[in-house]
Structures are given as structure tokens and as C-alpha cells.
Ligand binder design. Structure first.
Ligand code: FES
Ligand code: FES
Length: 158
């Protein structure tokens, strides 16, 4: 039998207490226990960025993080973007710039972009590329995604 530990997480502004084994990945806690399935699993080894979420203001690959390690953290997932006022400016910019094709990479891209803009509301193209370099997209060729983040950044200041 595996020992379980209690972990407290604040996810998208709501507090949760979950019981996890020492080996449970944050990705599984989010998807299976909290039913937040917007976060995707691609490679499972920290290479594709599909599972990116924000933990205490930093974009991380949730397939590489153990839930027990982030006890007490504040987490944002793609579900945290939408509000009663509708789509988040980043989501709108992705749609307007055709940055969503199959959509598999999109939640992770949005999280990396959000972490960037929260820290640096006026990034250069190079800074956007660097922030997104851990997120793979097989469909778009990246240009539309970079355009979308630039468009969202232009709106950020308003
Ligand atoms: S599923 Fe986590 S980086 Fe690919
Ligand atoms: S839109 Fe398909 S992987 Fe990026």
C-alpha cells in the first residue's frame, strides 16, 4: 500500500484539498481528481509543453511536477482564463490570429503566454519566442501564435 498525503492547492482561485500518493503528478491531480481536463498530456516527459500550467507565477510542465511538491501553491490552468465576461484577451487573440488549428497545444501555449505577459506586459518578438520555446505545435508553424501573443500584449496595456 502506498502512503497518501494531503495537499492543499488553490486552483483558479478556488481552494482544494486532495489526497495523493507521493508519486502522483500534478497533471493527473488536475485532470483526474479535479476534472480540469483542459490541460493536455502529450509526451509525458517534459518536452512538448501540452501540459503547461502556471504554478506560483511560473509556467511549468505539470507532467514533471509531483503534486506533493507544490503543497500550498497557487495554480492557474486554462480553465482559469475564461471569466463571466467571456473569453480572455489571449484566447480572443489566438482565435483572431488563426493560432488554433487542432488545438492540442493551445492550453499549454496560452499558459506560457499568460506567464510571460504577467511578468512582462510588453515583450519583444524574441522574448515571446523564448517564452514559448518549450511548447511544441505541429500545426501552425508558430507564426500565428507569436502574432497572437503580440496582439494580446498590445491590448494588455489598455
Ligand atoms: S506532456 Fe508534459 S511536457 Fe509533454
Ligand atoms: S494547433 Fe495543433 S499542435 Fe498546435
Amino acid at each position: 500500500m502506498m502512503d497518501k498525503v494531503n495537499v492543499e492547492l488553490t486552483v483558479n482561485g478556488e481552494k482544494y484539498e486532495v489526497e495523493v500518493t507521493a508519486k502522483e503528478r500534478l497533471l493527473d491531480t488536475l485532470r483526474k481528481q479535479l476534472k480540469l481536463t483542459g490541460t493536455k498530456e502529450g509526451c509525458s516527459v517534459g518536452e512538448c509543453g501540452a501540459c503547461t500550467v502556471i504554478v506560483d507565477d511560473k509556467a511549468v510542465n505539470s507532467c514533471m511536477v509531483l503534486t506533493a511538491q507544490v503543497d500550498g501553491s497557487k495554480i492557474i490552468t486554462v480553465e482559469g482564463l475564461e471569466s463571466k465576461r467571456g473569453l480572455h484577451p489571449l484566447q480572443k487573440a489566438f482565435i483572431d490570429n488563426q493560432a488554433v488549428q487542432c488545438g492540442f497545444c493551445t492550453p499549454g501555449m496560452l499558459m506560457s503566454a499568460l506567464a510571460l505577459l504577467n511578468e512582462n506586459p510588453d515583450p519583444s518578438k524574441e522574448e515571446i519566442k523564448t517564452a514559448l520555446e518549450g511548447n511544441l505545435c505541429r500545426c501552425t508553424g508558430y507564426q500565428q501564435i507569436i502574432d497572437a501573443v503580440e496582439a494580446a500584449a498590445a491590448e494588455w496595456g489598455n
